[in-house]
Design a protein around this ligand. Structure first.
Ligand code: ADP
Ligand code: MG
Length: 253
């Protein structure tokens, strides 16, 4: 029997007159990789932002492992074991690669902390070791002393994964982690996400690249115009004429 760890229950979100999300229900099983796909403007990023507390839904609720996330701050949700990678990379460009990973490690351990105090603390061996291990896991250890701004696009996305990994999250939400990546970087990311899965991490991945979806997903939910139009195994969804119509019908922002 699957253990559902993330419930999205009847979520609605409008921006002015635009119904970005309507009647959204979603269940994510523990340890699984759940893909959310759909045309541009379907509401995928909005849904992820509702789950992580960046946007408040107009109605409905998000529950993670028995805790209601709706109404909590992004920081509180993060402290409950939910990590995320947004569509636009969010790193600290002026800090080194290693420092970028130490910050979330420190935040995870101490909760809120003063940014001016972190440099003194990061000399602590346990934090640095955890950060170095995460960098090894994503293949960036050799770049650890480099300024983060100097990394390639693919390496910046890998850095973000290390920043998540160091928090040892129970749920990882990823918004198009392979966007703009070369095929080589995409394949490396697929292998990395498979490795996360082997460690038992539950993942929700928004993805436009069907090769990535079919390599990783146990289950797929399809959104179009703010509604769930299909939900099932990758094979079920691939053969669904409603899904093909949504893509071929060209629903654009
Ligand atoms: P997707 O990630 O599936 O491409 P989004 O969730 O980004 O789609 O957007 C869904 C719809 O909501 C789009 O029509 C988009 O223009 C609109 N939208 C998203 N965020 C905002 C916002 N902050 N204010 C107004 N409209 C928004
Ligand atoms: Mg998006």
């Amino acid at each position: 029997m699957e253990n559902i760890v993330l419930h999205v229950d009847d979520v609605h979100k409008s921006f002015g007159g635009l119904h970005a999300l309507s009647d959204i229900d979603l269940q994510v099983a523990e340890g699984k990789t759940h893909a959310i796909i759909g045309p541009n403007g379907a509401g995928k990023s909005t849904l992820l932002n509702v789950c992580v507390g960046r946007l408040k839904p107009d109605s409905g609720a998000v529950v993670f492992d028995g805790a209601i996330l709706t109404g909590r701050s992004p920081h509180d949700i993060n402290q409950l074991g939910v990590a995320r990678v947004f569509q636009t990379p969010e790193i600290f460009p002026d800090l080194t690669v290693l420092e970028n990973v130490i910050i979330p490690a420190l935040s995870k351990r101490d909760g809120a902390f003063a940014l001016d105090a972190w440099k003194a603390m990061y000399a602590e061996d346990d934090l640095r070791e955890a950060a170095e291990t995460a960098l090894e896991d994503v293949g960036l250890h050799g770049h650890r002393q480099q300024e983060a701004a100097s990394l390639s696009r693919g390496d910046k996305r890998r850095l973000e994964l290390a920043m998540c990994l160091v928090q040892k999250p129970r749920l990882l939400l990823l918004d198009e982690p392979t966007a703009g990546m070369s095929r080589l970087d995409t394949n490396r990311t697929i292998e990395l996400l498979k490795e996360f899965k082997a460690r038992g991490m539950t993942k929700v991945i928004i993805e436009h690249d069907m090769h990535v979806v079919f390599s990783l997903a146990d289950r797929v939910t399809v959104l179009a115009q703010g509604r769930v139009i299909a939900d099932g195994s990758p094979e079920e969804v691939r053969g669904d004429p409603v899904v093909q119509e949504a893509y071929l019908g060209g629903v654009h922002e």
